[in-house]
Design a protein around this ligand. Structure first.
Ligand SMILES: [Zn+2]
Ligand SMILES: [Zn+2]
Length: 222
């Protein structure tokens, strides 16, 4: 049973993961719900609002508002799943930038979050422009260990993963979908950064195709 304790409306991610029913504002029960990989602690799914092929979310099976609220052991389980996801994705889509944007869409001031349920955005960034743009932004990032995450609990923040290290910054009032806006801008994309305006179906189809071809190549090579 998904735990949506403390929330005034059912959590759409809990809803999706538990299979209770599609979350209409996430994906209308479409191909986006089919996981790329499933683990004990998390599920890796293609993101709705797929601005670039290979853009996925790693979503916790258990509800919590953000990773800063997890124990160190719990977070390390998430990181183990994150590594497995990247081992699967990076050979196909190149190096990734990993982003968690804290919580609090339901506060009066949004904090960069789309949904209040712990999840990482896994964003292909083979040429490094997004990572460079985020690290070079007005936000001051500090290297952050799993044991230091609790210092972020209750705050607006960004946590990013680059080359197996985590960096964080506390920031109140980050605009909603901040990371999508940033990606849209640095890649000079056309269309919309807003997942509600463009789910990115073409990129979903490309993602499935590229993953399939890579696994077929792997099978042939054995
Ligand atoms: Zn949830
Ligand atoms: Zn998000």
């Amino acid at each position: 049973m998904p735990d949506t304790t403390g929330q005034d409306v059912p959590c759409p991610y809990c809803n999706n993961i538990s299979g209770v029913g599609p979350a209409p504002h996430l994906s209308s029960g479409s191909d986006f719900d089919i996981p790329v990989a499933e683990f004990d602690r998390t599920v890796c799914v293609p993101t709705v609002g797929m601005l670039t092929p290979g853009y996925c979310l790693l979503v916790d099976r258990v509800h919590s508002s953000s990773y800063s609220t997890l124990s160190r052991d719990q977070f390390e389980m998430v990181v183990a799943d994150l590594r497995k996801s990247l081992n699967l994705l990076e050979p196909v889509f190149g190096p990734y930038l990993v982003v968690e944007h804290g919580f609090a869409t339901r506060r009066t001031v949004p904090h960069g979050s789309c949904i209040d349920h712990s999840h990482f955005h896994l964003i292909p960034d083979s040429c490094g422009v997004l990572t460079e743009s985020v690290l070079g932004s007005e936000l001051a990032f500090h290297k952050t260990s799993a044991g230091e995450l609790e210092n972020l609990a209750g705050h607006g923040y960004l946590l990013i993963g680059v080359d197996s290290e985590f960096y964080s910054t506390r920031f109140e009032g980050l605009p909603s979908q901040w990371i999508r806006r940033r990606l849209f801008e640095v890649r000079e994309l056309t269309g919309s950064w807003d997942w509600a305006a463009d789910v990115g179906r073409d990129n979903l189809l490309k993602t499935r195709k590229m993953l399939r071809e890579c696994s077929e190549e792997g099978n042939r090579g054995q």
